[in-house]
Ligand binder design. Sequence first.
Ligand SMILES: NC(=O)c1ccc[n+]([C@@H]2O[C@H](COP(=O)([O-])OP(=O)(O)OC[C@H]3O[C@@H](n4cnc5c(N)ncnc54)[C@H](O)[C@@H]3O)[C@@H](O)[C@H]2O)c1
Length: 456
Amino acid sequence: MELMKHIDDYADQRVCILGLGYVGLTLAVAMADVGFEVVGVEIRETVVDLLSQGKAHFHEPGLEEKLQQVIATGNLTFAKEVPDDWAGKVYIITVGTPLASNGLSRIDMIENVSRQVASKMKEGDLVIMRSTVKLGVTRKIVTPILDSAGCKYHLAFCPERTLEGKALTELRSLPQIVGGATYGAGVRASQLFQFLTPTVVRVSDVETAEMIKLIDNSQRDVAFAYANEVARSCDALGISAAEVIRAGKLGYSRTNLPMPGPVGGPCLEKDPHILAEGLRELGITPAITLAARTLNENQPNEIVDYLQQITSDFTGFPDSPNITLMGIAFKGQPSTDDLRGTMARPILSALRNAFPTANFKGFDAVVAENEIKDFGLMPVATLEDAFKESDIVLILNNHPIFASMPVSVLANLMNAPGLIYDFWNCFDALDLHLPSGRGYMALGSHGRAKLPTGVS
Ligand SMILES: NC(=O)c1ccc[n+]([C@@H]2O[C@H](COP(=O)([O-])OP(=O)(O)OC[C@H]3O[C@@H](n4cnc5c(N)ncnc54)[C@H](O)[C@@H]3O)[C@@H](O)[C@H]2O)c1
């Protein structure tokens, strides 16, 4: 409440956020919550209708509750386009920047939304780019479009760096990177974000801010790829990558490797490619970034080929196995229902090639059953149903429900011979007392797998 009083006399208190996906909606709610008067603009009419009723169109902890609060205070309203009589001075661009089918980053949505802003912009307005873009897009693509409005304005690039599942808390705590196209634009955008977070990091220019966002995600991808490389190496050696990584970093912070596992999601599947695309235009090939992405992208086929090979040696393994995929969302911690860029998709596709007549079931602790069905899997609601009469059960994401499940008990429900393949090393095969005919194997720890007994 105290904060709202402070914002009352702030010149940039009215904000228009364009694009209400994960980034735009969470930002709109967080800003409205601290007292900004926010209009959220979204071209998808169904989304505007849902939001106007106080319903979020994706799962994010605490979002719907806050959404309803800020709608009730009148601080957040929704529209399909910027209202003609809108009296604000700040536009924040949060539209999507996915890869096109040719693998290059799409900028058409950035261009369209920039044209919309240019058509409404008035003298002295502030435009903030928050979508992740190829290096140079803010200056080379957005600036000329905004210039066509023929008025003076401020422009800054301030990337979104929240984790899905923690967006509302991180928007109030993470340092905000601000790169102004001019010094004044940087100072003005910094002031705005100071209402949200205690730390604003003002950098020299928009390119520095664009680069920070791209390397944030690319270095995460590289770290995960390195863990996957350790997994491949340990599989070849017959030792456990989980043990190598956990033991190696215990009390030794200079080794800080994550666990191996499928690497996907709406950002990591594209941002390293977007970084590489921008650098290639400058004559640089980012070899480490690209090698990491390739390693992560190759994992589904590599593992499924291996699964096909070992199960073909199981005595009595059926020609049309029942295969259950558990953990369909792109990650399990923090939990999300987001299927964009999930590695469950290429894993399912590789499984369909390897086991063309298999029957597929899907379980996820967060994703709705109809979405699992649309994904091409028969949805099951419980862990028991996931294991029941399955020949292969795969743990695809790191949702905590998997590490805490009574796997040896659930394995009784599987067909024999049956195999649990765990991409997340939730268990150590050496500690499991599995019923006969059922086995367990984890990524990077193939050498210590328990294979179903009675296998040739
Ligand atoms: N998802 C994340 O966690 C995350 C995190 C950090 C950064 N980012 C980046 O932020 C950007 C947005 O990501 P997202 O996940 O919210 O994308 P999204 O695709 O979920 O949402 C973008 C929204 O913009 C809308 N839109 C498109 N053109 C529009 C226009 N002209 N006017 C109004 N609305 C329009 C779309 O309909 C969509 O709802 C991307 O560049 C992404 O890489 C995403």
